[in-house]
Design a protein around this ligand. Structure first.
Ligand SMILES: NC(=O)c1ccc[n+]([C@@H]2O[C@H](COP(=O)([O-])OP(=O)(O)OC[C@H]3O[C@@H](n4cnc5c(N)ncnc54)[C@H](O)[C@@H]3O)[C@@H](O)[C@H]2O)c1
Length: 326
Protein backbone atom coordinates (compact mmCIF):
# COMPACT_ATOMS: atom_id res chain seq x y z
CA UNK A 1 0.00 0.00 0.00
CA UNK A 2 1.54 3.35 -0.99
CA UNK A 3 1.92 5.69 1.97
CA UNK A 4 1.79 9.46 2.08
CA UNK A 5 5.10 10.69 3.48
CA UNK A 6 6.50 14.12 4.41
CA UNK A 7 10.24 14.74 4.90
CA UNK A 8 11.30 18.06 6.44
CA UNK A 9 14.87 18.95 5.49
CA UNK A 10 14.15 16.73 2.49
CA UNK A 11 16.50 18.61 0.13
CA UNK A 12 19.41 17.96 2.51
CA UNK A 13 21.82 15.04 2.62
CA UNK A 14 19.99 12.19 4.39
CA UNK A 15 16.56 13.60 3.49
CA UNK A 16 17.19 13.41 -0.24
CA UNK A 17 18.55 9.85 -0.09
CA UNK A 18 15.52 8.87 2.00
CA UNK A 19 13.14 10.54 -0.47
CA UNK A 20 14.83 8.82 -3.41
CA UNK A 21 14.39 5.43 -1.76
CA UNK A 22 10.77 6.04 -0.73
CA UNK A 23 9.58 7.76 -3.92
CA UNK A 24 9.65 4.49 -5.89
CA UNK A 25 6.74 3.11 -3.82
CA UNK A 26 5.15 6.04 -2.01
CA UNK A 27 3.71 9.54 -2.39
CA UNK A 28 6.54 11.73 -1.04
CA UNK A 29 6.59 15.46 -0.21
CA UNK A 30 9.80 17.31 0.71
CA UNK A 31 9.77 20.50 2.75
CA UNK A 32 12.95 22.58 2.96
CA UNK A 33 13.95 26.24 3.16
CA UNK A 34 17.02 25.58 0.98
CA UNK A 35 19.30 27.24 3.52
CA UNK A 36 21.60 24.28 2.95
CA UNK A 37 19.70 21.87 0.76
CA UNK A 38 20.43 22.69 -2.89
CA UNK A 39 18.61 22.70 -6.18
CA UNK A 40 21.15 20.56 -8.03
CA UNK A 41 20.93 17.76 -10.63
CA UNK A 42 20.10 15.21 -7.88
CA UNK A 43 17.15 17.25 -6.66
CA UNK A 44 16.03 18.11 -10.20
CA UNK A 45 15.90 14.41 -11.06
CA UNK A 46 13.96 13.57 -7.92
CA UNK A 47 11.52 16.46 -8.49
CA UNK A 48 9.88 14.38 -11.24
CA UNK A 49 8.58 11.91 -8.66
CA UNK A 50 8.12 13.98 -5.45
CA UNK A 51 6.41 17.22 -4.42
CA UNK A 52 8.76 19.96 -3.19
CA UNK A 53 7.58 22.70 -0.82
CA UNK A 54 9.88 25.63 -0.05
CA UNK A 55 9.18 26.76 3.50
CA UNK A 56 11.14 28.09 6.47
CA UNK A 57 10.07 25.97 9.43
CA UNK A 58 11.20 28.59 11.95
CA UNK A 59 7.71 29.84 10.98
CA UNK A 60 4.55 27.75 11.59
CA UNK A 61 3.75 25.04 9.02
CA UNK A 62 1.90 26.25 5.87
CA UNK A 63 -1.87 26.36 6.56
CA UNK A 64 -2.76 24.61 3.30
CA UNK A 65 -0.52 21.55 3.82
CA UNK A 66 -2.52 18.27 3.51
CA UNK A 67 -3.19 16.53 6.84
CA UNK A 68 -3.46 12.91 5.67
CA UNK A 69 0.23 11.89 5.96
CA UNK A 70 1.02 8.38 7.21
CA UNK A 71 4.67 9.12 8.12
CA UNK A 72 6.56 12.34 8.79
CA UNK A 73 10.36 12.41 8.98
CA UNK A 74 11.53 15.57 10.75
CA UNK A 75 15.11 16.06 9.52
CA UNK A 76 15.22 19.87 9.08
CA UNK A 77 17.98 21.36 11.23
CA UNK A 78 21.15 23.38 11.11
CA UNK A 79 23.73 20.60 11.16
CA UNK A 80 27.48 20.43 11.59
CA UNK A 81 30.35 21.30 13.89
CA UNK A 82 31.26 24.39 11.88
CA UNK A 83 27.83 26.01 12.37
CA UNK A 84 27.65 25.10 16.06
CA UNK A 85 31.07 26.70 16.59
CA UNK A 86 30.41 29.81 14.53
CA UNK A 87 26.64 30.39 14.85
CA UNK A 88 25.44 28.64 18.01
CA UNK A 89 22.45 30.98 18.40
CA UNK A 90 21.23 30.11 14.85
CA UNK A 91 21.67 26.39 15.57
CA UNK A 92 19.59 26.64 18.75
CA UNK A 93 16.94 28.97 17.31
CA UNK A 94 16.43 26.92 14.13
CA UNK A 95 16.58 23.48 15.65
CA UNK A 96 14.19 24.33 18.48
CA UNK A 97 11.68 26.42 16.47
CA UNK A 98 11.51 23.97 13.56
CA UNK A 99 10.77 21.13 15.98
CA UNK A 100 8.14 23.08 17.93
CA UNK A 101 6.35 24.16 14.73
CA UNK A 102 6.50 20.65 13.31
CA UNK A 103 5.10 19.21 16.56
CA UNK A 104 2.29 21.81 16.82
CA UNK A 105 1.18 20.82 13.32
CA UNK A 106 1.83 17.07 13.66
CA UNK A 107 -0.24 16.80 16.87
CA UNK A 108 -3.34 17.60 14.81
CA UNK A 109 -2.80 14.68 12.39
CA UNK A 110 -4.71 11.44 12.73
CA UNK A 111 -2.78 8.15 12.92
CA UNK A 112 0.60 9.32 11.55
CA UNK A 113 4.02 8.17 12.82
CA UNK A 114 6.76 10.74 13.50
CA UNK A 115 10.46 10.02 13.01
CA UNK A 116 12.77 12.65 14.58
CA UNK A 117 16.43 12.86 13.57
CA UNK A 118 18.53 13.14 16.71
CA UNK A 119 22.27 12.71 16.90
CA UNK A 120 25.19 10.97 18.57
CA UNK A 121 26.04 14.52 19.77
CA UNK A 122 23.32 13.99 22.39
CA UNK A 123 25.94 11.83 24.17
CA UNK A 124 28.72 14.48 24.02
CA UNK A 125 28.29 15.66 27.65
CA UNK A 126 28.00 12.09 28.96
CA UNK A 127 31.18 11.14 27.09
CA UNK A 128 33.00 14.19 28.54
CA UNK A 129 31.80 13.33 32.04
CA UNK A 130 33.10 9.76 31.61
CA UNK A 131 29.56 8.40 31.93
CA UNK A 132 29.14 6.86 28.50
CA UNK A 133 30.46 3.36 27.91
CA UNK A 134 31.67 2.54 24.42
CA UNK A 135 29.84 1.18 22.46
CA UNK A 136 27.22 3.62 23.75
CA UNK A 137 23.67 2.32 24.32
CA UNK A 138 20.61 4.60 24.15
CA UNK A 139 19.89 4.36 27.89
CA UNK A 140 22.99 6.16 29.25
CA UNK A 141 22.13 9.15 31.44
CA UNK A 142 22.40 12.31 29.34
CA UNK A 143 24.63 15.09 30.65
CA UNK A 144 24.49 18.60 29.17
CA UNK A 145 27.89 19.39 27.66
CA UNK A 146 29.80 22.51 28.78
CA UNK A 147 27.42 25.35 27.76
CA UNK A 148 30.33 27.83 27.52
CA UNK A 149 31.67 25.90 24.52
CA UNK A 150 29.64 26.98 21.43
CA UNK A 151 29.86 23.49 19.93
CA UNK A 152 27.57 22.18 22.70
CA UNK A 153 24.66 24.14 21.09
CA UNK A 154 23.96 21.40 18.53
CA UNK A 155 23.95 18.49 21.01
CA UNK A 156 21.78 20.52 23.36
CA UNK A 157 19.32 21.30 20.53
CA UNK A 158 19.03 17.59 19.80
CA UNK A 159 18.46 16.65 23.46
CA UNK A 160 15.83 19.39 23.72
CA UNK A 161 14.27 18.17 20.46
CA UNK A 162 14.00 14.65 21.87
CA UNK A 163 12.40 15.94 25.08
CA UNK A 164 9.91 18.01 23.05
CA UNK A 165 9.00 15.06 20.78
CA UNK A 166 8.68 12.65 23.70
CA UNK A 167 6.32 14.92 25.60
CA UNK A 168 4.16 15.84 22.60
CA UNK A 169 3.89 12.11 21.78
CA UNK A 170 2.82 11.36 25.36
CA UNK A 171 0.30 14.21 25.38
CA UNK A 172 -1.22 13.45 21.94
CA UNK A 173 -0.71 9.66 21.80
CA UNK A 174 1.13 9.37 18.47
CA UNK A 175 3.81 6.77 17.59
CA UNK A 176 7.30 8.28 17.73
CA UNK A 177 10.72 7.10 16.53
CA UNK A 178 13.77 9.08 17.61
CA UNK A 179 16.92 8.03 15.80
CA UNK A 180 20.36 9.04 17.00
CA UNK A 181 22.38 9.07 13.77
CA UNK A 182 26.10 8.29 14.11
CA UNK A 183 28.51 9.59 11.44
CA UNK A 184 26.42 9.07 8.32
CA UNK A 185 28.34 9.73 5.10
CA UNK A 186 27.89 9.45 1.35
CA UNK A 187 27.34 11.40 -1.86
CA UNK A 188 25.98 14.96 -1.56
CA UNK A 189 26.71 15.32 2.16
CA UNK A 190 28.05 18.87 1.78
CA UNK A 191 31.60 19.98 2.38
CA UNK A 192 31.61 20.51 6.16
CA UNK A 193 32.35 16.92 7.19
CA UNK A 194 35.56 14.94 7.49
CA UNK A 195 35.20 12.62 4.47
CA UNK A 196 34.29 15.27 1.84
CA UNK A 197 36.92 17.58 3.31
CA UNK A 198 39.57 14.88 2.85
CA UNK A 199 38.41 14.30 -0.72
CA UNK A 200 38.34 18.00 -1.59
CA UNK A 201 41.83 18.59 -0.16
CA UNK A 202 43.20 15.59 -2.02
CA UNK A 203 41.62 16.86 -5.24
CA UNK A 204 43.33 20.20 -4.52
CA UNK A 205 46.61 18.21 -4.17
CA UNK A 206 47.34 19.44 -0.60
CA UNK A 207 50.73 18.14 0.58
CA UNK A 208 51.50 17.95 3.49
CA UNK A 209 48.01 16.74 4.32
CA UNK A 210 46.77 18.02 7.69
CA UNK A 211 44.59 15.72 9.78
CA UNK A 212 42.96 17.10 12.94
CA UNK A 213 42.05 14.54 15.60
CA UNK A 214 44.14 11.90 13.83
CA UNK A 215 44.16 9.73 16.98
CA UNK A 216 40.34 9.73 17.31
CA UNK A 217 38.18 6.77 16.39
CA UNK A 218 34.88 6.79 14.55
CA UNK A 219 32.59 4.28 12.82
CA UNK A 220 31.01 5.55 9.59
CA UNK A 221 27.63 4.52 8.25
CA UNK A 222 26.91 4.74 4.52
CA UNK A 223 23.79 6.79 3.87
CA UNK A 224 21.71 4.11 2.13
CA UNK A 225 22.21 1.84 5.16
CA UNK A 226 21.08 4.63 7.51
CA UNK A 227 18.04 5.19 5.29
CA UNK A 228 17.07 1.49 5.37
CA UNK A 229 17.31 1.54 9.18
CA UNK A 230 15.02 4.57 9.64
CA UNK A 231 12.47 3.25 7.15
CA UNK A 232 12.34 -0.09 9.00
CA UNK A 233 12.01 1.63 12.40
CA UNK A 234 9.29 4.01 11.24
CA UNK A 235 7.28 1.18 9.69
CA UNK A 236 7.19 -0.84 12.96
CA UNK A 237 3.65 -1.24 14.31
CA UNK A 238 4.65 -0.26 17.90
CA UNK A 239 2.54 2.63 19.21
CA UNK A 240 5.08 3.67 21.85
CA UNK A 241 8.13 5.90 21.61
CA UNK A 242 11.27 4.16 20.34
CA UNK A 243 14.70 5.77 20.85
CA UNK A 244 17.27 3.98 18.71
CA UNK A 245 20.90 4.45 17.65
CA UNK A 246 21.46 4.30 13.88
CA UNK A 247 24.95 3.79 12.53
CA UNK A 248 27.48 1.12 11.62
CA UNK A 249 29.57 -0.52 14.34
CA UNK A 250 31.38 -2.98 12.08
CA UNK A 251 34.39 -0.96 10.91
CA UNK A 252 35.54 1.39 13.67
CA UNK A 253 38.60 3.25 12.39
CA UNK A 254 41.28 5.74 13.51
CA UNK A 255 40.88 9.06 11.69
CA UNK A 256 44.50 8.76 10.57
CA UNK A 257 43.69 5.39 8.97
CA UNK A 258 40.53 6.83 7.45
CA UNK A 259 42.70 9.49 5.79
CA UNK A 260 44.95 6.76 4.40
CA UNK A 261 41.93 4.85 3.06
CA UNK A 262 40.73 8.01 1.31
CA UNK A 263 44.27 8.52 -0.08
CA UNK A 264 44.03 5.01 -1.60
CA UNK A 265 40.57 5.63 -3.09
CA UNK A 266 41.65 8.96 -4.60
CA UNK A 267 45.05 7.54 -5.67
CA UNK A 268 47.33 10.05 -3.93
CA UNK A 269 49.93 9.70 -1.19
CA UNK A 270 50.75 13.05 0.48
CA UNK A 271 52.74 13.39 3.75
CA UNK A 272 50.27 13.16 6.65
CA UNK A 273 50.59 15.89 9.33
CA UNK A 274 48.68 14.87 12.48
CA UNK A 275 47.11 17.56 14.75
CA UNK A 276 45.08 17.42 18.01
CA UNK A 277 41.28 17.50 17.91
CA UNK A 278 39.22 20.63 18.74
CA UNK A 279 37.56 20.83 22.20
CA UNK A 280 34.50 18.64 22.95
CA UNK A 281 35.25 16.30 20.08
CA UNK A 282 35.05 12.79 21.62
CA UNK A 283 38.16 10.59 21.33
CA UNK A 284 36.06 7.60 20.41
CA UNK A 285 32.49 7.27 19.16
CA UNK A 286 30.77 3.98 18.55
CA UNK A 287 27.04 3.22 18.79
CA UNK A 288 25.66 0.18 20.54
CA UNK A 289 23.29 -1.14 17.87
CA UNK A 290 21.75 -4.00 19.88
CA UNK A 291 18.32 -2.34 19.97
CA UNK A 292 18.31 -1.51 16.23
CA UNK A 293 19.16 -5.15 15.46
CA UNK A 294 16.56 -6.51 17.86
CA UNK A 295 13.81 -4.31 16.45
CA UNK A 296 14.58 -4.55 12.73
CA UNK A 297 17.26 -7.20 12.12
CA UNK A 298 19.18 -4.42 10.35
CA UNK A 299 22.68 -5.15 9.02
CA UNK A 300 24.69 -2.64 7.00
CA UNK A 301 25.21 -3.62 3.36
CA UNK A 302 27.85 -1.10 2.27
CA UNK A 303 31.38 -1.53 3.67
CA UNK A 304 33.71 1.43 4.24
CA UNK A 305 35.84 0.93 1.14
CA UNK A 306 32.84 0.65 -1.18
CA UNK A 307 31.13 3.60 0.51
CA UNK A 308 34.24 5.77 0.19
CA UNK A 309 34.54 4.90 -3.51
CA UNK A 310 30.88 5.77 -4.16
CA UNK A 311 31.29 9.03 -2.24
CA UNK A 312 34.49 9.93 -4.08
CA UNK A 313 32.85 9.27 -7.46
CA UNK A 314 30.09 11.76 -6.61
CA UNK A 315 32.51 14.47 -5.40
CA UNK A 316 34.70 13.99 -8.45
CA UNK A 317 31.63 14.53 -10.66
CA UNK A 318 30.61 17.60 -8.63
CA UNK A 319 34.14 19.06 -8.96
CA UNK A 320 34.04 18.51 -12.75
CA UNK A 321 30.64 20.28 -12.91
CA UNK A 322 32.07 23.25 -10.95
CA UNK A 323 34.98 23.55 -13.36
CA UNK A 324 32.61 23.34 -16.35
CA UNK A 325 30.35 26.03 -14.85
CA UNK A 326 33.44 28.26 -14.42
N1 LIG B 1 24.66 13.49 8.67
C1 LIG B 1 24.89 12.93 9.86
O1 LIG B 1 25.84 12.15 10.06
C2 LIG B 1 23.95 13.21 11.03
C3 LIG B 1 24.36 12.80 12.29
C4 LIG B 1 23.54 13.05 13.36
C5 LIG B 1 22.30 13.65 13.18
N2 LIG B 1 21.92 14.05 11.94
C6 LIG B 1 20.58 14.71 11.82
O2 LIG B 1 19.91 14.21 10.66
C7 LIG B 1 19.16 15.27 10.05
C8 LIG B 1 19.58 15.39 8.58
O3 LIG B 1 20.96 15.70 8.55
P1 LIG B 1 21.74 15.95 7.19
O4 LIG B 1 23.12 15.47 7.38
O5 LIG B 1 20.92 15.46 6.07
O6 LIG B 1 21.80 17.55 7.21
P2 LIG B 1 21.53 18.59 6.02
O7 LIG B 1 22.04 19.92 6.50
O8 LIG B 1 22.04 18.08 4.74
O9 LIG B 1 19.94 18.62 5.95
C9 LIG B 1 19.16 19.45 6.76
C10 LIG B 1 18.18 20.19 5.86
O10 LIG B 1 17.35 21.02 6.69
C11 LIG B 1 17.09 22.21 5.95
N3 LIG B 1 16.71 23.27 6.89
C12 LIG B 1 17.52 23.95 7.75
N4 LIG B 1 16.82 24.91 8.38
C13 LIG B 1 15.53 24.81 7.93
C14 LIG B 1 14.34 25.56 8.19
N5 LIG B 1 14.35 26.59 9.03
N6 LIG B 1 13.21 25.20 7.54
C15 LIG B 1 13.21 24.18 6.64
N7 LIG B 1 14.31 23.45 6.34
C16 LIG B 1 15.46 23.78 6.98
C17 LIG B 1 18.40 22.52 5.22
O11 LIG B 1 18.23 23.37 4.10
C18 LIG B 1 18.87 21.11 4.83
O12 LIG B 1 18.45 20.78 3.52
C19 LIG B 1 19.42 16.53 10.87
O13 LIG B 1 18.36 16.73 11.77
C20 LIG B 1 20.70 16.20 11.62
O14 LIG B 1 20.77 16.90 12.85
C21 LIG B 1 22.72 13.85 10.86
Amino acid sequence: MPKKILITGGAGFIGLHLARRLAAEHDVTLLDDFSRGRVDPDLEELRRSVTVITHDLTLPMPQDLPRDFDEVYHFAAVVGVQYSNEEPERVLRTNLLTTIHLLDWFSGLDGATLCFASSSEAYAGSVEAGQAPIPTPEGVPLVVADPTVPRSSYGFSKIAGEVLCRNYAAAHGFPLRMVRFHNVYGPRMGYEHVIPQFIERLLAEKDPFEVFGADQRRAFCYVTDAVEAVIALTALPDRETLLVNVGNDEEEILIEDLAKKVFAVVGRNPALAAHPAPPLSPVRRLPDLTLLRELTGHRPKVGLEEGLSLTYAWYLGAAAERIQAG
